[in-house]
Design a protein around this ligand. Structure first.
Ligand SMILES: NC(=O)c1ccc[n+]([C@@H]2O[C@H](COP(=O)([O-])OP(=O)(O)OC[C@H]3O[C@@H](n4cnc5c(N)ncnc54)[C@H](OP(=O)(O)O)[C@@H]3O)[C@@H](O)[C@H]2O)c1
Length: 275
């Protein structure tokens, strides 16, 4: 089992949700933790326990230079990176025909390119330490979801990138893996991009009924420690991935109907003149 004790763990997007829970749980498991997000004040405020084992950095992972600086700051403080958790991410809720193309670009910049940039700069250290690179993907990385074209594309891209990299590094002792949470309680749906790129400002789900970010983080870190290849979370998530593999046409219909039932579903636009 891979121990996190005294390992240096870098986590992107740690001011809320899954990233924040990953940071707290990594600290609990004895790691030194470097966290980043765009808003440094909000990030620091999320961790009342400031101590020598936490490094805070302002970084927008959609910018290559920020990612390079984030990784350099970690090497500067602790001389190494052992585990990289590519967690920072945003989502969207808008039909493709209504969405500005800038929304799709922003999703790719943060979710996909953010993962590529951080991995690029951390890889030399992680490889020499036989460490772990993780992508926090989604069920949308296996199954395209309506009104989330850019999000699904970004997560498919993350998984393709990491699967290829995993295979390149197969005999180096470095584990490359991805994890796919199902619906998890967090801030992601409040800040989901609407058609014009503004935050939608509300969640269509009852967040209290979803998997907690803490449980999700525990599953992710157990998978890291157990050297897993990938993890699909929640019963609904597992069923969706399985059904899509075996009965893709049926999955189209079930996924459509599921997202049509959401409050203010963008799909309602197509129901008026359904063919
Ligand atoms: N929650 C779910 O249901 C769910 C399901 C499947 C997968 N996921 C994945 O889990 C990951 C974490 O999402 P979450 O649900 O925990 O969302 P969240 O609560 O909204 O947290 C997202 C974090 O990422 C940071 N962030 C956003 N854009 C960033 C950027 N450009 N550069 C650096 N940091 C950035 C945010 O801080 P700032 O805004 O201050 O930068 C925040 O700390 C995402 O990759 C998401 O796709 C979530």
């Amino acid at each position: 089992m891979y121990s996190l004790k005294d390992k240096v763990v870098a986590i992107t997007g740690a001011s809320s949700g899954i990233g924040h829970a990953l940071a707290i749980e990594s600290l609990n498991r004895g790691a030194k933790v470097a966290v980043c997000a765009r808003n440094l004040e909000k990030l620091k405020a999320a961790f009342p326990q400031h101590n020598e084992n936490i490094l805070f950095a302002a970084a927008d992972v959609g910018r290559e230079h920020d990612c390079e600086q984030f990784i350099e700051s970690i090497i500067g403080k602790w001389g190494r990176v052992d585990v990289l958790l590519n967690n920072a991410g945003i989502t969207m809720r808008a039909l493709f025909e209504d969405a500005d193309l800038s929304v799709i670009k922003e999703l790719m910049d943060i979710n996909f390119w953010g993962t590529v940039y951080c991995t690029k700069y951390a890889l030399p250290s992680i490889r020499s330490n036989k460490g772990v690179i993780v992508g926090v993907s989604s069920i949308a990385g296996y199954r395209g979801l309506p009104a989330r074209t850019g999000y699904s594309a970004s997560k498919f891209a993350v998984q393709g990138f990491l699967e290829a990299l995993r295979t390149e590094l197969l005999h180096t002792g470095t584990n490359v893996m991805w994890v796919s949470p199902g619906f998890t309680s967090s801030n992601i749906r409040n800040v989901a991009r609407s058609a014009n790129g503004t935050a939608q400002g509300e969640t269509p789900l009852d967040e209290g009924k979803l998997m907690s970010a803490e449980i999700c983080a525990g599953i992710i870190l157990n998978a890291v420690q157990n050297g897993k290849r990938s993890v699909v979370m929640t019963g609904q998530g597992k069923l969706t991935v399985w059904m899509n593999k075996l009965f893709a046409g049926l999955a189209d219909k079930l996924v459509y109907n599921h997202f049509l039932k959401e409050p203010n579903s963008p799909l309602a636009k197509y129901e008026a003149n359904r063919g």
